[in-house]
Design a binder for this molecule. Structure first.
Ligand code: DAH
Length: 360
């Protein structure tokens, strides 16, 4: 092999093996640069005889052209590889949504979730949902419920009063959901079986009290109702709500002006670290008041207590939520802190139902 052929084979081998553009540039300089191997051969032409030069001149020019082409070809090949790699690493699917839509980003507030859970359970037992206004008159909030002006319960409730009207009457922000009982009975013939979830208001504020909170009222009126049914209904509710097969409940005798007899119900639970376990342990937390509807309340709405009796209950939704989902501070419920909502909130698509699961 001639010197030129050997050099060409070497150079082509090196060019084909060049890993990147920098290595290729080094090769180019080493071959075609001022002090490069091909340039050196070119310079040697001057010292040759005219005959030699006739042969070597075109041969060297041919070598120079082929090496220049080979470098050019390798360069574009390397550039292509680099571009492919960049395209692969920087791939953007412009048809994708720019950020998660409301179905994935949005969260259902625990209060809404728990309210829906409660509604699902009672709907399954044949209850329907009733509503009443947040701004109530004193008749429905107090008098018709057998809480006269002088009654201590009226002072104890820390009522928010609206400014007095021209007729001397004052509206109140309802202090409980019990006025919905009255509204329902006033315009319905028994039998009645309703729950009434909603906002209630009392002037109170600490770790377990906020000026606005949530209750769900229950009312059943029929010709033969008794405490046993009330107890069964609440037990079944608690088992379904806390999603446990056994629940420890304690009915304590109590007093409400609108029920006789009256009871308060506590739920047995254990605190293990930060967690609350329902149905175990020796700690009790009051979750509701209940009783047989007072005959005077029945008379106030025009029912004959000799024919109709009923039972009623009022539960704190916020407390139920705190117990079930282990949220220690009620005030955080209403701070509109997105981080809290992301942590404790529920997916928009998980609609609570007894069939599909309440909280799954
Ligand atoms: N209204 C009561 C309260 O806010 C709760 C309550 C107790 C409601 C007994 C009832 C009931 O319907 O029967 O404290």
């Amino acid at each position: 092999m001639s010197e030129i052929e050997t050099l060409e084979a070497e150079l082509i081998g090196a060019i084909d093996g060049a890993a990147d553009e920098a290595a290729l540039e080094q090769l180019r300089i080493a071959a075609l640069g001022k002090k490069g191997s091909i340039s050196a051969l070119m310079k040697s032409l001057g010292g040759m005889s005219p005959d030699e030069r006739k042969v070597m001149g075109p041969a060297l020019n041919g070598l120079k052209t082929r090496i220049t082409e080979a470098i050019g070809a390798r360069k574009s090949h390397l550039a292509e590889i680099a571009l492919d790699a960049r395209l692969a690493s920087e791939f953007v699917d412009v048809t994708l949504p720019t950020r998660d839509g409301p179905l994935r980003e949005g969260r259902i507030h625990p209060i809404s979730q728990v309210t829906e859970e409660i509604e699902a359970i009672f709907a399954d037992m044949g209850f329907s949902v009733a509503e009443g206004p947040d701004i109530e008159d004193e008749h429905h909030n107090f008098d018709a419920l057998n809480i006269p002006e002088s009654h201590p319960a009226r002072q104890m409730m820390d009522t928010f009063y609206m400014p007095e009207r021209a007729d001397g009457k004052r509206m109140v922000l309802r202090t409980h959901t019990s006025p919905v009982q009255i509204r329902k009975m006033e315009n319905t013939e028994p039998p009645i079986r309703i729950i009434a979830p909603g906002r209630v208001y009392r002037c109170d504020y600490d770790q377990t009290h906020t000026p606005m909170f949530h209750q769900v009222e229950g009312l059943v009126i029929d010709k033969q109702t008794h405490m046993g049914q009330l107890k069964w209904t609440l037990e079944e509710f608690c088992k379904a709500f806390f999603e446990v097969s056994e629940v420890k409940m304690r009915f304590r005798p109590s007093h409400f002006p609108f029920t006789e007899p009256s009871a308060e119900v506590d739920i047995g639970h254990a605190r293990v670290g930060n967690q609350i376990k329902i149905g175990e342990g020796d700690e009790w937390l009051e979750i509701l008041g209940c009783g047989m509807v007072h005959p005077q309340v029945l008379r106030n709405v025009g029912y004959d207590p000799e024919i109709y009796q009923g039972y009623a209950f009022g539960m704190g939704i916020d407390r139920l939520a705190m117990l079930k989902y282990g949220m220690p501070d009620l005030r955080a419920f209403f701070n509109s802190d997105l981080r809290w909502l992301k942590h404790y909130g529920f997916s928009v698509l998980d609609v609570p139902s007894l069939v599909g699961g309440l909280s799954s």
